[in-house]
Design a protein around this ligand. Structure first.
Ligand SMILES: Cc1cc2nc3c(=O)[nH]c(=O)nc-3n(C[C@H](O)[C@H](O)[C@H](O)COP(=O)(O)OP(=O)(O)OC[C@H]3O[C@@H](n4cnc5c(N)ncnc54)[C@H](O)[C@@H]3O)c2cc1C
Length: 503
């Protein structure tokens, strides 16, 4: 058992703490914001004991699966007066695939690469619709929604969950029947570290053809980029469900740019079919992209997972088992923000994005468009907590990334992302302005550090993430965890009517 508990006095504490930090912005956080101990359970009963023991000793808990939280909420706290235990699920990552029932049980500490590897080892025609980056943890990812290249065909990862096992604040293990449909609804996207510790998910596997087609097309602002993006915005949510085209905008930082700002647009596509029919669709709907047969690569779904994640050609899919160590962004410091676009951005908005790219140095900023439409538009906006469905053309995400410890550099990058977010206000969804829960952004608002935030105060950020579903989430929270034991800076607080005037 002593191997599983790491205190600041243990030699293992720093390495265990830092191993799953995926935003090095928080590597050097002061000791007062770090856990007073880390437990790395190997059994579910040890998770139960950790929860009960923390409660008994007046400690908070934080739960970590893959450690990708953009604000580090799975392993640091902004309330030094609230000591906490970190339950790190790194040892709970078993995956059991059942091909006949097209389902899998996956323990929450597994990362997506491990899940994808297990599925592909069992079947060449099943997949799971989740994120692109294989090092993302299943625990946090599904707790906040989870999108990837199969989004338009099958919806979010959280739309494809059949059952779960949750350790609640009483230390009980609850499955779907035990927790009831309201809690089961809330944990599928209503935010992590709020209703309990999810120890495993039962996920629905989805059919994919033996061969799918991937493509990457690059355009720069030296060509007809604006025209291509304008067309993209008009068609991308209306394309067949089998086709997903994500777009990433960045700036070229190379000698070739010779001091000029050249904008690069990378179109990453995945089609659930063969090249020939893809080219027919593209010719009809999006000829401006000029996709050619040579630009397309047919492959299996699992090869497409490597392709979309940017692995070199011919990488074995066994490499996915090393996903925890191979995140390409692992060493960049990150800040993310998100919005939803409901009307195509006018040219002046695109030009404003281009101009903003001039404001920061290397570690170039990124803007990414994640198309919705397809199945996403046909799933009700109350089906799970994720509400941004019909009416959204795409989610737009802004990423600042930088290296090193220089605070001035950090300040410039944060200034860039805040300025761009302000600039985008008239062009994106409003009332409330939408935000993606998995692109956690503490600038939207934070809870009171000692857990006394009212539902009314939390609505400010809560409705940006969850819109009308926020109230139901707060009611579920009041039922499953009325003392607000599981909480962080942006967890949904319990909905309580109090005589003090709090709602
Ligand atoms: C490099 C990078 C790439 C990304 N790519 C994508 C992508 O393609 N698609 C996408 O949708 N998102 C993506 N994300 C966002 C990612 O989905 C979220 O950050 C997600 O919350 C990460 O889950 P995690 O388990 O890795 O993180 P963690 O930091 O471990 O957890 C995130 C939150 O969930 C809580 N939590 C974790 N595990 C549990 C559990 N078992 N039970 C209850 N609560 C839990 C944590 O306490 C924390 O609040 C990316 C993020 C990064 C940094």
């Amino acid at each position: 058992m002593s191997d599983l508990i790491h205190t600041p006095h243990s030699a293992s504490y720093s390495s265990v703490f830092q191993f799953s930090i995926r935003n090095p912005r928080f590597n050097n956080t002061s000791a007062s914001r770090r856990p007073i101990a880390i437990i790395t359970p190997i059994t579910v009963s040890q998770v139960q004991s950790a929860v009960l023991c923390s409660r008994r000793h007046g400690l908070q808990v934080r739960v970590r699966s893959g450690g990708h939280d953009f604000e580090g909420m799975s392993y640091i706290s902004s309330a030094p007066s609230q000591p906490f235990l970190l339950i790190d699920l790194i040892n709970l990552r078993n995956v059991t695939v059942d091909v006949p029932t097209k389902s899998a049980w996956v323990q929450a500490g597994a990362v997506l690469g491990e899940l994808y590897h297990s599925i592909a080892s069992a079947s060449g025609t099943l997949a799971f619709p989740a994120g692109i980056c294989p090092s993302v943890g299943v625990g946090g990812h599904i707790s906040g929604g989870g999108y990837g290249m199969l989004l338009r065909k099958y919806g979010m990862a959280a739309d494809n969950v059949l059952d779960a096992r949750l350790v609640d604040a009483e230390g009980r293990i609850l499955d779907r029947a035990g927790m009831g449909e309201d809690v089961f609804w809330a944990i599928r996207g209503g935010g992590g570290n709020t209703y309990g510790v999810v120890v495993s998910w039962k996920v629905k596997l989805v059919p994919v053809p033996r061969r799918v087609t991937g493509f990457k097309v690059s355009k720069t602002s030296e060509g007809s980029l604006t025209k291509v993006i304008q067309r993209y915005q008009h068609v991308v949510d209306k394309l067949p469900d089998d086709l997903m085209i994500m777009l990433t905008l960045s700036r070229i930082d190379s000698a070739a740019a010779q001091g000029q700002t050249i904008i690069q647009a990378e179109f990453l596509g995945l089609y659930l079919g063969e090249t020939e029919s893809l080219l027919t669709v593209m010719k009809q709907s999006f000829p401006e992209l000029e996709l050619t047969e040579e630009g397309c690569t047919e492959m299996s779904w699992i090869e497409s997972a490597l392709y979309c994640a940017g692995y070199p050609k011919n990488t074995s899919y066994d490499e996915l088992l090393n996903s925890r160590n191979s995140s390409s962004l692992q060493f960049a410091k990150l800040k993310a923000k998100s919005d939803y676009v409901q009307r195509p951005l006018p040219v002046r908005a695109l030009q404003g994005i281009w101009r903003s790219f001039d404001q920061v140095e290397a570690g170039p900023p990124l803007v990414q468009m994640v198309p919705h439409g397809g199945r996403m538009s046909r799933i009700s906006n109350s089906s799970i907590p994720y509400p941004h469905r019909s009416g959204n053309i795409y989610k737009i995400q802004y990423f600042a990334s930088w290296f090193g410890e220089d605070k001035k550099v950090e300040k410039r990058h944060l200034h860039w992302i805040n300025g761009l977010y302000r600039f985008m206000t008239p062009y994106v969804s409003n009332n409330p302005r939408g935000a993606y829960p998995n692109s956690r952004d503490l600038d939207l608002g934070v809870n009171d550090p000692v857990g006394r935030t009212s539902y009314k105060q939390a609505r400010v950020w809560g409705e940006q993430y969850f819109k009308h579903n926020f109230e139901r989430l707060a009611r579920v929270k009041a039922a499953i965890d009325p003392s607000n034991f599981f909480r962080n800076e942006q967890s949904v607080p319990p909905f309580v009517r109090m005589t003090t005037g709090r709602v």
